[in-house]
Structures are given as structure tokens and as C-alpha cells.
Design a protein around this ligand. Structure first.
Ligand code: FAD
Length: 477
């Protein structure tokens, strides 16, 4: 019986896994592997919080394969070296995998295809972790989309994604399996245990938990998604982003579960439409990354190459550590550090603050997110940072500068979010919670707040900063 090597990547699941299912349908035995390559991606090697997630996702997948009589073979090293070796050691006649869209992965896939097919190995690449092939989506003029609304309209007019495949009940593993590293050899978990502690308490990084999160979201939250998704203190969003990034759930599974939910409801659901359009923003990010491979480093709008950014290590550090003196910004940055995740509304606020109030290059914000997010995703992170900075496709106009005080008062009216993450301000009344710098001295005193001591004074004068940002923008218009 021929053996196929299944190369697991950002598709760490058993359900809806085309490479595995197709190999089994073809009557092959399989060897399932994951390769940890921190060389090929260069500066985009997996960041700290993502490594924590990866560790647990691999443990989960391995456990699921063991329940079916096999295991996940782990190897570290360059894809280009390790995969041909594993093909040989497995005595495999085929390599199956799901496609990746990061620019450096495209080169790896092309090279592997060329090298292995030259040796008589069958290489099959299946669609990747998105709904539609980004290279097939084109405007009427035949060009890639640069604006989200027509892009998503076009997606909705395509043949819907195929229904998800069930997890194979039995898997025929090749009788001789290559040796494997232990996941502990890779030291993916942070050396600071208190960092991982809060992430551990927040997340269950398993395939089963991904399905439970989606089910609960559709049952309890999707109908009120339009309002609740902007409130960081509420659980109003699906929190599926890390599961989607690592492919513990596929976007097709999310799509079909959501449309089935709407069908059972027997009536339109605005919440579900908006939710699917957010999955659409994920698709759009991939569409942008494939047409513009420099997206992670270069502004989509060329005039921003001349933007007079101001690198400032001290201010960057204050932002990273949640010590800017702007409570909603600090709350977001501390939530990120503690849990590896930040609410989307707050991502926009902290992003705007970094690039428009501090004039720090968006790439530095993206790099920090890359290292600290459990859902760090090259397409979504790069496109979102460019959107926030005003230099991306279909981006927020540069002159729309979020006021963190007003944003806090609007989206964290009762202050629950700031009180959770900035406990030193917890006793301030709501009226001053988002703007402690303007609070009267007696109010600060009775809340035990001493600005500059128990909580930082504002890092910048916002009014002046806003004008500086607008002047900087005027230079590149
Ligand atoms: P939900 O509201 O439940 O949305 C469902 C899914 O849709 C998400 O899981 C995500 O996969 C997708 N999605 C939602 N909003 C967006 C968006 N604006 N762009 C792309 N996909 C979206 N998302 C990432 O997955 N990885 C990142 O590295 C990332 N970096 C970001 C950086 C900045 C500066 C900003 C403003 C946003 C970033 N996002 C990123 C997008 C968004 O904030 C997260 O996807 C979302 O907060 C995840 O929470 P959720 O799963 O509860 O989202």
C-alpha cells in the first residue's frame, strides 16, 4: 500500500482536512508530520505568544492521532531539507499538504514541488486556510480588488465553499513511522511562567474547544454581534482568531455553521451577515498579501514611504507595557500581554495611538503584535496595521485620529474593561476614569491615584500631537 506524507501546517485539525481525507480515500497509508522551521520565514518566524499556542495545538493533534493508533511526527529544521528527508524515511510516494499564502511559503512550495516531482514523488497541494482562492477573485477589469465592499460582494457571488469533511473515523498509519522530536525539545513555552499563566487561564487551544467556542457564539452571541462586538468588556465576539490562524477550525466550517444557523432561524440575521463579513476581512487580508507580497513591510500607498515617522524607544516601551497614561490604551496593551489577545475595537485604538499620536512607524506596532498575539497572522496583522495607519488598501483615512478618551467613554462606558486591566484606577468614578489627568485633585486623592506615581501622567499632549500628525500627513499628500 503506498504511503503519503501529510505535512501539517496551519491546519492542525482532523475535521475538514482535505490532504488527510483524500490520501485515505485513495487507499494510502499515512505518516503525519509537522516541521518547525524558524529559519525560512526570516523576520516572520513565529512569535512568543503564538509559540505557546502552537505547543498546545501540536499536543492536541498528536493526542487525537494517537487515539487512532498513530502519532504526529515532529521535526525541526528548514522545510526544504526536512521534508525530502521525511519523504525518504517514510518511504512515501506522495506528499500532501494545504497551501500557504505567506510569500516565503509560496517559494518553499514551488521548490519542493520541483525537487520531489523530479524524484518521482507525487506532490498534491490543496486549497489553504481561506474560503476562496485569492488569485481567482478579480474585478470586472480583471485586476485584484483594492476595496473591501466589492471584494466581499464578489466573494458572496462565488460558488459557496464546499461543505466541511468529517474527521476520518479510522486512519491507516504506515507501519514504519520515522523518529520524532519531542515537542518539549522545541522549548515553545515561555520561560517566564507567569506570562503563560494568564494565557493558560484564558484559552483552551484544542480543536474541540474551537468547535465549542463557535457553537456557543452562534447560540448566544451572534444575534447581538452588531452592537456587542464593539464593547471590549463583553464577550460579544467569537474569539476564534487563534483557532482560525492555526487551522484548528477551518473558515469553511465557520461559514457553514453560520449559514446553517441562519437557515434554522428561518429569517435574515444581521448579526450573522456582519460576522461573515468579518471572516470576509480575513479573506481580504489574504487577497492583499498575495497581490502585494511586501504588505508586511511596505506601505500599500506609496506616498507613505515619505512619511516622517519618529522612532522613539522610550515611547514605544511605554506603549508596549501599558504605561501611556491613557487608560483605554494601557488596558488594551496589558490585556494583550497577559492573554495574548486584544479586542478588535481596542486594537484599533492602541494602533491609532501608536501611529498617529506617537508617530511611531506602524511596522513597530505590527512587530510587537506579532510577538505577543496568540492569533498573530501575517495577512491579517499586516493589512490591519496598514488600515489603522491610513496607508493600506481601503484604509481608514489618515486624518481620522481616534481620541482615546472619547473612545473609552463611548465603548467602555461603565469602565469595566479599564478597571479589569488597570486596577490602580479602579476607584475613580466613571466620569474621570478615561481621563484621570483632568480629574480634580480631591477625586484623585479619594481614589488613591497619584499621577506620575501610582499611574503615569499622559505620555503626550494629545492636542499638540494631533496637529503634528496632521502636519506630517500634509507633507506627503
Ligand atoms: P470576531 O469578531 O469574532 O471575528 C471572526 C473572525 O473574523 C476573527 O476570528 C478573524 O479571523 C476575522 N476577523 C475579524 N476582524 C478582522 C479584521 N479586521 N481583519 C482580518 N480578519 C478579521 N486578526 C488576526 O487574526 N490576526 C492578527 O494578527 C490581527 N492583527 C490585528 C492588528 C490590528 C492593528 C487590528 C486593528 C486588527 C487585527 N486583527 C488581527 C483583526 C481583529 O482584531 C481580530 O481578528 C479579532 O479581534 C479577533 O477576535 P475574534 O475572533 O473574537 O473576532
Amino acid at each position: 500500500m503506498p504511503t503519503t506524507l501529510i505535512w501539517y501546517r496551519q491546519d492542525l485539525r482532523l475535521c475538514d482536512h482535505r490532504p488527510l481525507t483524500r490520501a485515505l480515500e485513495a487507499g494510502h497509508e499515512v505518516v503525519c508530520c509537522y516541521v518547525y522551521d524558524q529559519h525560512t520565514p526570516g523576520r516572520h518566524r513565529i512569535g512568543g505568544a503564538s509559540r505557546w499556542w502552537l505547543h498546545h495545538a501540536l499536543v492536541d493533534l498528536d493526542a487525537q492521532l494517537r487515539q487512532r493508533g498513530g502519532r504526529l511526527i515532529l521535526r525541526a529544521g528548514r522545510y526544504a531539507d526536512v521534508l525530502p528527508t521525511l519523504v525518504k524515511e517514510s518511504d512515501a510516494s506522495a506528499l500532501y499538504f494545504s497551501r500557504h499564502y505567506e510569500p516565503f511559503m509560496a517559494d518553499v512550495e514551488t521548490q519542493l514541488h520541483a525537487d520531489l516531482t523530479a524524484d518521482g514523488i507525487t506532490v498534491r497541494r490543496f486549497a489553504g486556510n481561506i474560503l476562496f482562492d485569492p488569485n481567482q477573485l478579480r474585478t470586472k477589469g480583471g485586476t485584484p480588488f483594492k476595496v473591501f465592499t466589492p471584494f466581499w460582494r464578489n466573494c458572496l457571488a462565488q460558488t459557496p465553499p464546499s461543505p466541511p469533511l468529517a474527521a476520518p473515523e479510522t486512519i491507516r498509519f504506515a507501519s514504519s513511522q520515522p523518529t520524532s522530536d519531542s515537542v518539549d525539545d522545541w522549548a515553545l513555552l515561555p520561560t517566564q511562567p507567569n506570562w503563560a499563566g494568564e494565557m493558560q487561564a484564558t484559552w483552551t487551544p484544542t480543536e474541540e474547544a474551537a468547535h465549542q467556542s463557535l457553537e456557543q457564539f452562534l447560540e448566544n452571541d451572534v444575534e447581538r454581534y452588531n452592537d456587542a462586538r464593539n464593547l471590549p468588556s463583553k464577550k460579544g465576539t467569537s474569539r476564534l482568531s487563534p483557532y482560525l490562524h492555526y487551522g484548528q477550525i477551518s473558515p469553511a466550517q465557520v461559514w457553514h455553521a453560520t449559514t446553517t444557523h441562519v437557515a434554522h432561524r428561518r429569517g435574515p440575521s444581521k448579526g450573522a451577515d456582519t460576522y461573515l463579513s468579518e471572516i470576509g476581512w480575513r479573506e481580504f487580508s489574504y487577497h492583499l498579501l498575495t497581490q502585494f507580497p511586501e504588505l508586511p513591510t511596505k506601505p500599500f500607498r506609496e506616498n507613505f514611504e515619505r512619511f516622517p515617522w519618529k522612532k522613539n524607544a522610550k515611547r514605544l516601551r511605554a506603549w508596549q507595557t501599558g504605561q501611556t497614561g491613557f487608560p483605554i490604551v494601557d488596558a488594551g496593551m496589558r490585556e494583550l500581554w497577559a492573554t495574548g489577545w486584544m479586542h478588535n475595537r481596542v486594537r484599533m485604538i492602541v494602533g491609532s495611538f501608536l501611529v498617529k499620536d506617537l508617530l511611531i512607524p506602524w511596522q513597530q506596532g505590527a512587530a510587537w503584535f506579532w510577538d505577543t498575539l496568540v492569533d498573530a497572522d501575517l495577512a491579517a496583522n499586516s493589512a490591519s496595521w496598514q488600515w489603522v495607519a491610513g496607508c493600506g488598501a481601503d484604509a481608514a483615512p489618515y486624518f481620522r485620529i481616534f481620541n482615546p478618551i472619547l473612545q473609552g467613554e463611548k465603548f467602555d462606558k461603565d469602565g469595566d474593561y479599564v478597571r479589569r486591566w488597570v486596577p490602580e484606577l479602579a476607584d475613580l468614578p466613571n466620569k474621570w476614569l478615561h481621563n484621570p489627568a483632568e480629574a480634580p485633585a480631591n477625586v484623585l486623592a479619594s481614589a488613591n491615584v497619584t499621577l506620575g506615581k501610582t499611574y503615569p501622567k499622559p505620555l503626550i499632549d494629545r492636542k499638540a500631537a494631533r496637529q503634528i500628525a496632521l502636519d506630517a500627513f500634509a507633507q506627503i499628500k
